[in-house]
Design a protein around this ligand. Sequence first.
Ligand SMILES: Nc1ncnc2c1ncn2[C@@H]1O[C@H](COP(=O)(O)OP(=O)(O)OP(=O)(O)O)[C@@H](O)[C@H]1O
Ligand SMILES: [Mg+2]
Length: 245
Amino acid sequence: MKIVIDSISKAFGSVTALENINLNFESGEFVTILGASGCGKTTLLHLLAGLTAPSEGAIYIDGEKKDKPGADRVVVFQQAGLYPWLTVRENIEFGLSLQGASKEEKEQASSHILRIIDLEGFANHKPYHLSGGMQQRVAIARALVMNPKVLLMDEPFGALDAQTRASMQAFLTSLWEKIHCTIIFITHDVDEAIFMGTRLVVLTSRPGRVALDTAVDLARPRTRDAVFSAQFLGLKRKAMDILSA
Ligand SMILES: Nc1ncnc2c1ncn2[C@@H]1O[C@H](COP(=O)(O)OP(=O)(O)OP(=O)(O)O)[C@@H](O)[C@H]1O
Ligand SMILES: [Mg+2]
């Protein structure tokens, strides 16, 4: 699987949000895209999701031009957005129901994913019985159960308190280490951007352009110790210089 962002620009009237973005992503990469508020991160994610059309350029997945939403790309937003009247399991199975999956198929898929996200004990609970972090785990499970080619995440931990946020970063990191799904994760938090992924892209302030695109080779399994390493601090300095330019 290959994602190509080919010479994408996006303007909203006289405001240029993104300018000439060129990026290629391979299967299994965990890319974090870092940028200041208003630099066009959400716009870029919406373009990848097919929710917005580019002003110039195009997005290709495996050579196929993508200008509409599709089951190959699933988005996780800042708010979990679970259906409050459904149980955790029913929320996870919802997309499969729309696809006409049988009861057995749904149960098998949701049980598997509930094990992966370690929420088996909460399968029959309603979302409001869960903490914010647990709800966001269910939102991730609901996306993954659709077996997308790529998981698109727009500041999914932005609404969580600092401690829950740190534990969700560790959760997503170890989830990726287990299943190696392709993730494109957007954030304005420098530490979060460097800590989790295999690759870091930093955008300039408006209009958003790619200022840095680099591998993140911190040891795996990744632990909190990573944030004290020389590589982490070097990347952090580079990223902060771009954000404050
Ligand atoms: N639908 C729209 N109509 C007009 N302008 C828009 C629209 N969507 C985004 N913009 C503008 O494009 C720019 C980039 O917005 P975008 O939401 O992509 O930024 P962002 O990096 O996600 O910001 P944040 O970190 O605050 O979420 C902003 O100046 C915004 O005002
Ligand atoms: Mg945004």
